[in-house]
Design a protein around this ligand. Structure first.
Ligand code: NAP
Length: 296
């Protein structure tokens, strides 16, 4: 009998992750705050719950992937939250990128019910979620991680056990500091090149023939050059992650001068109303300042 799964959060990432679990034959009960987003899952064979508590009731694994720390607070400890029903022996696998401090508190709360908690943030974005090829960074008890592997393997192709509670999230925040900065500085360079009169394709040929070449910017460049900012990872969520990283840096007395500046660039783009676009739309903020466009 396959393990039963409660799945909470059917956004850009959660939708394909939950679908892969259903297609793999797991009995899945889904919850999403906006009920319309459950239609595809229902059609695929999932049960639909009207609260996170209902999705978690009786489940061996309770998976969540929601926007931010306040959303997760509601999912765990709000009215109809998973704390009301999570069973002893269950493993909660939270793939939301949230505060590591809050995540450790959630781990303590579910431990009070006899359940385990893993912070299991992911990287790979929408296209890798669809293919079931995400990379997981996991914090929590090794035993719970090992038990969760058959489920995690359906959604990801690489699973890195990082250590105790919160270390999966520590890895995720550090990764997004690097990733956000790579895209931002790529855009700054391309805006400078465009202002000088270089075509983006020629500049790209230069980058791809140099040590500055990176898989991330190889992936993002065609979208930038087309001006297609359909969200794979919404800009407002990248700003959220940079804010979490800076809070973490402050708490640990780690200076991060470049990340602080990059956070403000994404924050400015968000303030301009670009928060729902992909984070590569940060280029448009830089383009507007320089009065030039990086386009095909
Ligand atoms: P998204 O498309 O904006 O989805 C957010 C999800 O959170 C939706 O299901 C939303 O429900 C739910 N939610 C928000 N507030 C809630 C609340 N108060 N109570 C219950 N549910 C709530 O975001 P996403 O791109 O899937 O990202 C989800 C998480 O994964 C974020 O923490 C993000 O940082 C992380 N992540 C994203 C990517 C990526 O490339 N997109 C990659 C790695 C990690 P509604 O449908 O009702 O709004």
């Amino acid at each position: 009998m396959p393990s039963s799964i409660g799945f909470i959060g059917l956004g850009i990432m959660g939708q394909p992750m939950a679908l892969n679990l259903v297609h793999a034959g797991f009995p899945v009960t889904v919850f999403n705050r906006t009920p319309e987003k459950t239609a595809l899952l229902k059609e695929a064979g999932a049960k639909v719950a009207s609260t996170p508590a209902e999705a978690a009731a009786g489940a061996d694994f309770v998976i969540s992937i929601v926007s931010d720390t306040p959303a997760m607070e509601e999912v765990v400890a709000g009215k109809g939250g998973i704390l009301e029903t999570i069973k002893s022996g269950a493993v909660a696998i939270d793939s939301s990128t949230i505060s590591p401090v809050a995540s450790r508190k959630f781990a303590c709360k579910v431990a009070g019910q006899g359940a385990s908690w893993l912070d299991a943030p992911v990287t790979g974005s929408k296209h890798m979620a669809i293919k079931g090829e995400l990379t997981y960074m996991v914090g929590g008890d090794r035993e719970a991680f090992d038990r969760a592997m058959p489920v995690l393997q359906v959604m990801g192709k690489k699973h890195i056990y990082c250590g105790t509670h919160g270390l999966g999230l520590a890895a995720k925040l550090a990764q997004n500091v690097i990733q956000s900065t790579m895209v931002e500085i790529f855009c700054e360079g391309f805006v400078l090149a465009a202002k000088a009169g270089l075509k983006p394709q020629i500049m790209m040929e230069v980058i791809q023939g140099s040590m500055a070449r990176a898989a991330l910017t190889d992936f993002k460049a065609p979208f930038i050059f087309r001006g297609d900012f359909t969200p794979y990872f919404p800009l407002k969520l990248m700003h959220k992650d940079l804010t979490l990283a800076m809070e973490s840096a402050y708490a640990q007395n780690v200076p991060m001068p470049t990340a602080a500046a990059v956070k403000e660039v994404y924050g400015a783009a968000k303030a301009q109303g670009k928060g729902e676009l992909d984070y590569a739309a940060v280029v448009t903020f830089l383009e507007e300042l320089a009065k030039v466009q990086v386009r095909e």
